[in-house]
Design a protein around this ligand. Structure first.
Ligand code: ZN
Length: 268
């Protein structure tokens, strides 16, 4: 028994030490209420806010970006609580599958700043019961039609292989595909996107959304997955932080090429 005592003492001192360094601010609640894709309400509650001079919320959504994209918002304290709502309806929302991270900065009257532990939330379109299939660097989510997921995962794998073998373009980080049962379901998940071509690639997030009714999974879903995946991979490959972009016709041409073997034209 005896040999455990020093360890126990050490733990107590370590705990006391960190509590001291953090000044005397105790967070009793640090949450985000997510109403996807409309809004996120961040809520902070402190045990005692009498020594607090100001509070700021810092949040960002993980994306491949050249700029440090986090946003710091000063939030007024109301008693010992602070609350701020990010209206995604106004800014446009990140796609499902994207991850939101946030922390609070709490400054006391002596100018000492306490930073809360980072919290995170992955946006989910919870109107549907998603299933997931995976391959290296690919996660594909779908909810309608038993074989739709496996068929489209095969298409994604074949598409990536072709991009790699014929164009030497590889995907650096994992891509997620969300396959909706129809385009209308998909449209409701993303605000402010127009001119749908049935699917959309969010290259900054490595996320693709496509509406694929199960009956046309093979005939239309397969080439469309390869097409949108090509947009994303080519976009990632050509990403440049000094500006400039590829001409649209080149991007589109490569994506069409990546759909695979041309299908015979239906004579009807
Ligand atoms: Zn295209």
């Amino acid at each position: 028994m005896k040999k455990y005592i020093p360890i126990a003492l050490l733990l107590i001192f370590a705990w006391a030490g960190s509590a001291h360094a953090q000044s005397n601010i105790t967070v009793t609640r640090n949450e985000a209420q997510v109403d996807f894709p409309q809004s996120v309400t961040f809520q902070l509650e402190l045990a005692d806010a009498s020594d607090v001079a100001s509070v700021s919320l810092v949040y960002e959504v993980d994306k491949l970006s050249c700029l440090d994209a986090n946003t710091a918002v000063p939030v007024p304290l109301n008693g010992n609580q602070a609350e701020w709502t990010w209206e995604m309806v106004r800014s446009g929302n990140p796609p499902p599958g994207a991850t939101l991270r946030w922390h609070w900065q709490i400054t006391d009257h002596q100018g000492n700043m306490t930073t809360t532990e980072e919290q995170s939330h992955t946006f989910v379109d919870d109107r549907f019961d998603w299933q997931t299939v995976t391959a290296p660097n690919i996660r594909l989510h779908w909810y309608e039609g038993e074989n739709v997921g496996p068929i489209l995962l095969d298409a994604a794998v074949a598409g990536l292989d072709q991009l790699q073998n014929e164009m030497g373009i590889t995907l650096d980080s994992e891509v997620q595909l969300f396959i909706y049962g129809e385009s209308d379901d998909m449209r409701d998940a993303v605000l402010y996107i127009q001119n749908w071509a049935g699917g959309v690639a969010f290259s900054d997030y490595n996320i693709i959304l496509i509406g694929v009714p199960p009956r046309i999974a093979e005939s239309w879903g397969v080439p469309t997955v390869r097409h949108e995946l090509a947009h994303l991979v080519i976009g990632e490959f050509g990403r440049s932080c000094v500006g400039g972009s590829r001409p649209t016709w080149l991007d589109e041409g490569l994506a069409v090429y990546a759909e695979g073997e041309p299908k015979p034209i239906d004579p009807r």
